[in-house]
Design a protein around this ligand. Structure first.
Ligand code: MN
Length: 717
């Protein structure tokens, strides 16, 4: 088992001022809480966090907070340790990272989700709000893959390997940490396709001697030519990973001998101009292969990778792949994004982070310079942490929604009917309000109820276009249905007045002609338009009453003349949407007054009854019969009855004072009753008439000023 002192030595090598005390304390704490736990390998559990911390220090040269978090990465999940304790001992930053790693560990994926791999990777990155969380999680997986042989079943080894291949290796690549990507892929490949793995291994090592000779030859030739041009350089030759050879053979259907770039060469120089110079030299030495050149120095990859890539026909006619880059670029290529988070002398971590983001910003602004826009967008979006949330369905599928999306958006994403019947939602087994803001990682279940309907209020919080348009569509259909109900009521009434039975006439041929005459598609269409107020029921009924033409014409002439006068006839104080020829009644239960929020209900044979929106009776009515109404702002003259209650101490002349106060405010008293209570208080119940809520408010506040009165309020307010 690696010792903590070895790790500390490595840290102090690249960060002499490191807070070793933090590392020490994290180690002691981790050792204490993991005490007695054993890994599948039989080693003490502590060996795992130690190995993880060692990789973070040795290979990634990360800051002490990351390494302490590495030592502690499993304590919350696997021991009795609590987040509060970790925070108290190690501070909020360490806790934040440890919690982040723990949260990612709780995401488990089964193989049926392989097709969603991209969603999972995005979810993974979206959940880790600190890139160091991802670095630790990758390192954790790396060590688990290194010790995978201790798992008992082949099945489990294959599952873990598949997950590594689908999720972790691509994330490592995306962050530019190619050495982790390569190791994860090769190890997973070995467990998933043992035969293919050993075949390629044999083939690579089969002609190893011959190949090594060849590598030396090419290296020597490059060095010699560079030397002749006064370029000092380092040349490396490396074998491609087994998995990348396998992938090339299968995806391009090639034989092993045809996978030309099994050996790739890397030339490392001091400066950028030297890189371009070296490229020119290589191209004049060996014939470059058309279209195989890529300038990632001028146009870095979104993960900050920089190098010149080219392929040439080598000395013995074989193709060679070459990467040319500076020492600094080489460091970034090896550590990827981690290089920007690692300790650098004299620079704080924050400075590095802001530099990184400035860099990404720069890339965003220069988007058009990118050769592969898809690759660019995909990468940058994740680096900037997307405006998206990723949530699970009850069956474990991942759904992707815009940030701020709610359970209603999710419901409509699943199915329009699920959205329309959505009556509640559970997030991670707990009931949440429908306007709950979804978070990445939430496991969501939509509760539906038959005959439950979308609400207009949903439009105030839904984020997706789909939900919005579906809700609107439902409301529109609903309004059409209401208009039909209302239109039918109006027609029935008008026909009845003219001694005609509307429902009997509906099926007649004359009616079909009338429908055609008005230019409607169907009788329902006509009825709905009566409901909308586009035509009046009188216009319809006239088609069924035989009157001499001349009288009709005369009448319409008179109508025209008196029309203006008629319009001045006092109207009701309430407008039913799009209809003005309808009987309005006010609910006695709640007595609406202009200014109150109101709603209407169609009453069989009686037109529309108006209630206050808050009225208990109204809430009990059939929502199918509900109709939008509003106060007519052009009507001032009407007054409305309203019940008020006044509480006071009994005294002589009390009622007279109240009465004069009310009449002073030009309100009428319609009825009075009073009752003396046991505690010598008097309750006066009055019905007064007011013009609107403002008026009522004024009356009430004036009454309160009367001596010995301490309460005056509207009943059921
Ligand atoms: Mn672990």
């Amino acid at each position: 088992m690696i010792r903590i002192n070895d790790i500390i030595d490595k840290i102090t090598e690249y960060n002499p001022d490191a807070d070793i005390d933090l590392i020490d304390r994290a180690y002691i704490y981790s050792a204490r809480v993991h005490d007695g736990q054993v890994r599948l390998s039989g080693e003490p559990y502590l060996s795992h966090p130690l190995e993880v911390a060692n990789i973070l220090a040795e290979n990634m040269k990360l800051d002490v907070v990351s390494i302490a978090a590495g030592l502690l990465h499993d304590v919350i999940e696997d021991t009795h340790s609590t987040p509060e304790e970790v925070k108290e001992i190690f501070g909020p930053e360490v806790l934040h990272i440890v919690s982040g790693v723990t949260k990612l560990s709780s995401l488990t994926f089964n193989s049926s989700q392989a097709r969603q791999a991209e969603s999972i990777r995005r979810m993974f990155l979206a959940m880790a709000d600190d890139i160091r969380v991802v670095l630790i999680k990758l390192t954790d997986r790396l060590h688990n893959m290194r010790t995978l042989q201790f798992h008992k079943t082949e099945q489990r080894k294959k599952e873990i390997s598949q997950e590594t291949l689908d999720i972790y290796a691509p994330i490592a690549a995306r962050l530019g940490i190619y050495w982790i990507k390569k190791e994860l892929e090769d190890t997973a490949f070995m467990y998933l396709y043992p035969e293919e793995h050993s075949n390629i291994k044999d083939l690579v090592s089969g002609d190893k001697e011959k190949r090594e000779e060849y590598v030396e030859l090419v290296k020597k030739q490059i060095k010699k030519t560079m030397g002749e041009n006064n370029l000092k350089c380092e040349v490396l030759g490396r074998y491609k990973s087994f998995y990348s050879i396998y992938k090339k053979m299968t995806t391009q259907n090639l034989e092993f001998k045809d996978v030309y770039d099994i050996i790739a060469f890397r030339i490392i120089l001091d400066t950028v101009p030297q890189c371009y110079e070296a490229l020119g030299i290589i191209h004049s030495l060996w014939k470059p292969i058309d279209k195989k050149f890529k300038d990632y120095i001028g146009f870095p990859k979104p993960n900050m990778y920089q190098a010149l890539h080219t392929s040439v026909i080598g000395p013995s006619g074989e193709r060679i792949e070459l990467q040319i880059r500076t020492r600094e670029m080489d460091k970034v290529a090896k550590a990827g994004i981690a290089a920007h988070w690692s300790y650098k002398e004299g620079k704080s971590i924050d400075e590095n982070i802001s530099k990184t983001f400035a860099w990404i910003q720069n890339v965003v602004e220069n988007q058009e310079n990118f050769m592969n826009p898809d690759e660019f967008l995909e990468n940058v979006r994740i680096d900037l942490f997307p405006d998206e949330v990723y949530v699970f369905t009850p069956r474990g599928e991942i759904k992707n929604l815009p940030k701020g999306a709610t359970p209603v958006d999710f419901a409509y994403l699943i199915h329009t009917e699920v959205g329309n019947q959505c009556s509640g939602a559970k997030v991670n087994e707990r009931i949440v309000p429908l306007n709950y803001e979804l978070k990445t990682g939430d496991r969501l279940k939509i509760l539906t109820t038959k005959n439950h309907h979308p609400s207009k209020d949903w439009l105030n919080f839904v984020k997706t276009v789909k939900a919005r348009s579906r809700i609107r569509q439902w409301i529109k259909t609903q309004e059409t249905e209401r208009s039909i109900t209302l239109g039918r009521e109006m027609c029935e009434k008008t026909f009845r007045k003219n001694d005609l039975n509307f429902n009997a006439i509906i099926k007649s041929e004359t009616m079909a002609k009338v429908v055609e005459h008005f230019g409607f598609k169907s009788i329902d269409d006509l009825i709905a338009n009566v409901g909308y107020g586009k035509i009046t029921p009188l216009q319809v009924v006239r088609k069924f009453i035989s009157k001499p033409d001349s009288i009709d014409k005369q009448k319409s002439l008179i109508n025209k003349i008196v029309g203006r006068v008629r319009k001045k006839k006092p109207k009701t104080g309430v407008i039913v949407k799009g209809v003005d020829d309808i009987l309005i009644k006010f609910g006695k239960c709640c007595q609406p007054v202009p200014g109150d929020p109101i709603t209407g209900y169609i009453t069989q044979g009686y037109g529309v009854t108006v209630h206050r929106t808050s009225c208990v009776n109204a809430l009990k009515m059939n929502p199918e019969r509900q109709i939008d109404v509003e106060w007519n702002k052009e009507v001032f003259s009407e007054t409305y009855p309203v019940k008020i209650c006044i509480t006071s101490y009994d005294r002589v002349g009390l009622l007279a004072d109240i009465a004069s106060n009310i009449s002073k405010n030009r309100a009428n008293i319609l009825s009075v009753s009073s009752k003396i209570q046991a505690n010598s208080l008097v309750n006066c119940l009055l019905t007064i008439s007011v013009t609107d809520t403002k008026h009522l408010k004024k009356v009430l506040s004036d009454i309160k000023k009367v001596k010995r009165i301490f309460e005056a309020k509207r009943l059921k307010d």
